[in-house]
Design a protein around this ligand. Structure first.
Ligand code: NAD
Length: 290
């Protein structure tokens, strides 16, 4: 397949490389002029997309996505598919898909879970919104870049699944971190805490697979001085998107709102920027009750 790949950052570059290794003809473009010698690059965004069967975007946010799609939808071949793997607001995802369909293009929103490691290893999970036909076109690409692609329904539903998942993740990580900090103050050994909770009803991905306490549980960013991993800034982005969506549809999400507020404080007023999102544990450990 001929693939235009726009946005060759931390996630996009390894995804594009896997598609090349999978035998696809990839032409990349990045506004910052990222050069990866193994990814053929076009001089302009329009040159990258004009002959493509599928155009993949992996961009920072909805505003940039809309700016890029305004530039490319008039140039893409009729019948080509736009596959957006960025994490953006549900409204932008639905708007962009509508505009693509109006130009005779297929459209999928397919945000990912699995981070930079999953992008490099080709083990991402894709949460996909869009038509059956567009999903069928992109299926073989999902199989190369990831280990699972769930078709969640019409356009926007991939983003909806992503922000609901990450709202749960933010909330469970905070709960796990505050419980470890409480356990410390109660004199409970961290290994004992892990052994009990990871096999009891308090278990979650946050403790079982990504334990925020260094030295116990599986290897995680906690064992690497909380270098991301999944940065607190990115968690904050996703929690903000969840609350924008909740407001739009009048959903009551008090825990999601509190998680957003705590990560805002952590990233903007404390030392959370650039640290892994599990660094909430040393944050709680260093505090007293307000
Ligand atoms: P990144 O900032 O490393 O990459 C984004 C790239 O887009 C940059 O290289 C930037 O130069 C490029 N770009 C910006 N504006 C552009 C434009 N107008 N035209 C062309 N290129 C442009 O970000 P990332 O970590 O690769 O994340 C990409 C998306 O994936 C985000 O939406 C993020 O929320 C999501 N995501 C990231 C992770 C992660 O662990 N990094 C995990 C899951 C989802």
């Amino acid at each position: 397949m001929r693939i235009g790949f726009i946005g060759l950052g931390n996630m996009g570059a390894p995804m594009a490389l896997n598609l090349i290794k999978g035998g696809h003809d990839v032409l990349g473009y990045d506004a910052a002029g990222h050069i990866d010698a193994d990814i053929p690059q076009a001089d302009s965004v329009t040159a990258a997309v004009k002959d493509a069967d599928v155009v993949i975007t992996m961009l920072p946010n909805g505003a940039i996505l809309r700016q890029v799609t305004d530039q490319i939808f008039g140039i893409m071949q009729p019948g080509a598919v736009h596959l957006d793997c960025s994490t953006v607001d549900v409204e932008s995802a639905r708007l962009v898909a509508q505009q693509a369909n109006a130009k005779g293009l297929g459209a999928l929103d397919a945000p990912v879970s699995g981070g930079v490691g999953g992008a490099a290893a080709g083990t991402l999970t894709f949460m996909v919104g869009g038509s059956d036909e567009a999903f069928a076109t992109a299926k073989s690409l999902f199989d190369i870049m990831g280990q699972k692609a769930v078709h969640c329904g019409p356009s926007g539903n991939g983003q909806a699944a992503k922000i609901c998942n990450n709202m749960i993740l933010g909330v469970t990580m905070i709960a796990t971190c505050e419980a470890f900090a409480l356990a410390d103050k109660l004199g409970l050994d961290r290994q004992a805490m892990f052994d009990v909770v990871s096999t009891s009803s308090g278990a979650s991905w946050s403790i079982n697979a990504y334990c925020p306490a260094p030295g116990v549980g599986p290897q995680s960013p906690a064992d690497n001085d909380y270098k991301p991993g999944f940065a607190a800034d990115l968690m904050l982005k996703d929690l903000r998107l969840s609350q924008i969506a909740a407001q739009d549809v009048d959903a009551d999400t008090p825990m999601g709102q509190l998680a957003r507020d705590l990560y805002t404080q952590f990233v903007e007023e404390e030392d959370g920027k650039g640290r892994d999102f599990s660094a909430m544990l040393p944050r709680f450990s260093g505090r007293s009750r307000p």
